[in-house]
Design a protein around this ligand. Sequence first.
Ligand code: PMP
Length: 351
Amino acid sequence: MKKYNFTAGPSILANEIVEEIKIEISNDNELSILEISHRGKLIGDLFEESRQLLKDLMHLNDDYEVLFLHGGASLQNTMIPYNIKTNGSASYTDTGLWATKSIEESKAIRATTVVSSSKDRLYSYIPKNIEWDEDGYLHITTNNTVSGTQYHDYSFCEGKRNIIADMSSDILSRHFDYSKFDLIYGGLQKNLGTAGGSFVVINKNLVEDLLNVPSMLNYKSHLDAISILNTPPVFAVFVSNLVLKWIKNKGMDYINDNNTKKSKLLYDTLDNSSLYFGLVDREDRSMMNVTFELTNLNLKSSFNTFMNEKGIEGIEGHRSRGGYRASLYNMMPYSHVEYFVECLKEFERTC
Ligand code: PMP
């Protein structure tokens, strides 16, 4: 039976990308990308091309450089407070589980201030009117994968610098002016490919020569070594390279419109139903992770069985939040959301 993958990450990959991966690693006559030296031209070119593709798709100039590193988005929670030596304090907005983890890591390293939080209502909204120490840096999580909220109003960034964004779950998902941030990072395993690495897009003006930062945690040493300081996450970057080409080929207009259409269809379905309801404030709803719950909790067990029989995978909410969550990352076709919506309606009709 066909499975429909709504998991929050590692996410769905486009069929054509899976086919390309198969061809690469099953070529009997050549050594595959998994078996060759990372010091050779092929891997050097793969990294260079991937860096350029990402920077082009983000419309960033040469002030910015791209790194592909190990350690997922989580290691960046450590590297950022270690490396970014601004005069003022490290400010964070607390918008949910992943933001909280960033805050905890920063606290272990330097003085850290939480400038706003939506914890009072289970992270069901994005706090507005943020103010912070502008001599320092501000860290935000643009899309909150667990709670299903997303920043849509960026007016607080106007004219400000040193803003750092965890964009793990909404990178390249819509038209966006990335130049408002000086550091953008995330895991590769949602909109940019599969597990095993992270992307860090950094304004070089932010990078200093820091003698007291160990080299594997030091942006300067990774920049000097153009992401190949040690054996890099080659397979993850190879998959990202295919995904970036796929995005370029489709075009950002298509990606933007498809993601808008998918999330609208699902939210409209929830809003027009008496059995389902969305878990976050409408104006802060995520286009990537749609969280919802049933009005009648007694139906949960039969709902789970029904969706399972329909081949719908990965819609259980995060263990810290409960409810349900459907993730609609870039490579999910519109038709999968149409199918899911039909299943939701059929369950409501028959339950
Ligand atoms: N930030 C966000 C917004 C995430 O969604 C995740 C993973 N789901 C992380 C950070 C942590 O990513 P990783 O597992 O790559 O460390």
